[in-house]
Design a binder for this molecule. Structure first.
Ligand code: PNW
Length: 453
């Protein structure tokens, strides 16, 4: 099927996962610098100190993107390069770097889609202000966002405030798996609240002068009712509201989903009337990062159950939902299941709930270990994944869903958070010893999909 002429085909990365240069040109430390240097937190003791060294090699990477034929690159700005301590003076050398990257992209006809926050909070804000537990961090974010709008807004017309706030809230403050590594049943809701307010403040600032589009990228896996019973259908619906709705209802409707207010009670912070107005309608588009699907039921199914903590959706204990999988499903190196029809249903659910707001698929991809294969670039699993998931998206567009773009995660293998360099999501192989890049088979599959769309 032909996509509309302005459909955006892209690839995505994030600063901490690809840039390296962790202490160069005046960059401050971030919570991920501190976390990855804490023994025991990351597989193999890996860190993002060098990563793919994109900071020094972006020209080569832009060349590769041009060869791939993408029309957009989604990358994130490291807050601590722009404002090293999170709240003080801006750093001209940090601004320079992104100017050079943006100009190199535009010279090849590739539009920059800029994420302002992909988890790398300046460390000073964590140590002095308690990070996302504090409203002061939301205010600091709005000031940093303004510096970016002023510096890059003449050329950047698509902005994403936050990447996967669910991960920041739940993995950062709930299970402690991600930086800053806190463990609590209450703090995730407070972090989420301040992240949402930070989004609202930044969008308000952008709309004063900005002439592009600004949105948010939220992650969500599809939840298929295990049976057709009312109970299981309610369980699936509620789990989607606890997951995507938690971070999307506020920016569209101005408040959390009713089921969350009911279940979480007084542990869920409340927005004031003014904050509801600030948030309502504060996304020009919705980003979706989507990786997998699970079955949802009200009661344990006793079959292929998935631990609630892995089942990412709200705080597990606040939901009465059991998750499970189908033994027939193919799974990737991350243990995530390949279920393209779940992607189609997910897109339809967002379209219906949020009244046709434009959707960008801001991430979709899979991890495949090719290190012991002949040329390290043979990834038929990823070729199949990209074909099936983009087909599912095309079907969804055929259903009338307003999908405006697709970004494959990721351009190249990179630092996969707690899994270090073990999990390879790239269309391009990266040798982390030599930093050499080499397109995998799926690079050419995706290139064909783009060319034929
Ligand atoms: C997303 N989970 O992370 C991120 O936006 C990327 O930075 C990351 O590399 C990519 O997906 C692949 O993992 C996630 O636990 C991390 O469900 C963890 C989860 C989901 C997404």
């Amino acid at each position: 099927m032909k996509t509309r002429d302005d459909f955006v085909w892209g690839v995505a990365t994030a600063a901490y996962q690809v840039e390296g240069a962790w202490q160069e040109d005046g960059k401050g430390l971030s919570i991920w610098d501190a976390f990855s240097h804490t023994p025991g937190k990351i597989a193999n003791g890996d860190t993002g100190d060098v990563a793919c060294d994109q900071y020094h090699r972006f020209e080569e990477d832009v060349e590769l993107m041009a060869e791939l034929g993408v029309t957009a690159y989604r990358f994130s700005i490291a807050w601590s390069r722009i404002v090293p301590d999170g709240k003080g003076e801006a750093n001209p050398l940090g601004i320079d770097y992104y100017n050079r990257l943006i100009d190199a992209l535009l010279a090849k006809g590739i539009q920059p889609f800029v994420t302002l926050y992909h988890w790398d909070l300046p460390l000073t804000l964590q140590l002095e202000d308690d990070g996302w537990q504090s409203y002061a961090t939301a205010e600091a974010f709005a000031r940093y966002a303004q510096v970016c709008f002023d510096a890059f807004g003449d050329r950047v017309k698509h902005w994403i405030t936050f990447n996967e706030s669910w991960c920041t809230a739940v993995l950062g403050y709930g299970t402690g798996l991600f930086a800053p590594g806190r463990v609590s049943e209450d703090e995730p809701y407070v972090a989420a609240h301040n992240l949402l307010l930070a989004h609202g403040l930044a969008v308000e600032a952008y709309r004063r002068k900005g002439d592009g589009q600004i949105g948010i990228a939220n992650n969500c896996d599809w939840r298929e009712p295990l049976t057709d019973s009312d109970e299981d259908r309610a369980a699936a619906q509620e789990s989607l509201e606890f997951f995507y709705g938690w971070f999307t209802d506020p920016v569209v409707f101005g408040d959390y989903p009713a089921i969350m207010r009911e279940r979480v009670g007084s542990r869920l912070p409340e927005f004031t009337q003014a904050q509801k107005e600030l948030l309502k309608g504060s996304a020009d588009f919705l980003g979706l990062n989507h990786y997998t699907t699970h079955y949802a039921s009200r009661h344990p199914s006793g079959r292929n159950e998935i631990s609630a903590d892995e089942g990412n959706g709200g705080i597990a204990s606040d939901q009465v939902v059991s998750l499970s999988s189908d033994p027939e499903w193919v799974s990737t190196s991350m243990g995530w299941f390949v279920v393209p029809w779940g992607f189609r249903k997910m897109l339809g659910w967002i379209h219906d709930r949020y009244d046709g707001l434009p959707i960008y698929v801001t991430e979709n991809g899979c991890a495949v270990d090719t290190t012991d294969r002949e040329d390290k670039c043979s990834d038929p699993e990823r070729c199949a994944f990209v074909q099936q998931y983009t087909d599912a998206m095309q079907e969804s567009i055929g259903d009338g869903v307003n999908v405006r773009g697709y970004f494959h995660w990721s351009l190249m293998d990179n630092f996969e958070w707690t899994r270090g360099y073990n999990m390879r999501f790239g269309l391009i192989y990266c040798d982390f010893e030599t930093l050499e890049r080499k397109p995998k088979q799926a690079f050419y599959s995706y290139k064909e999909i783009i060319a034929g769309a």
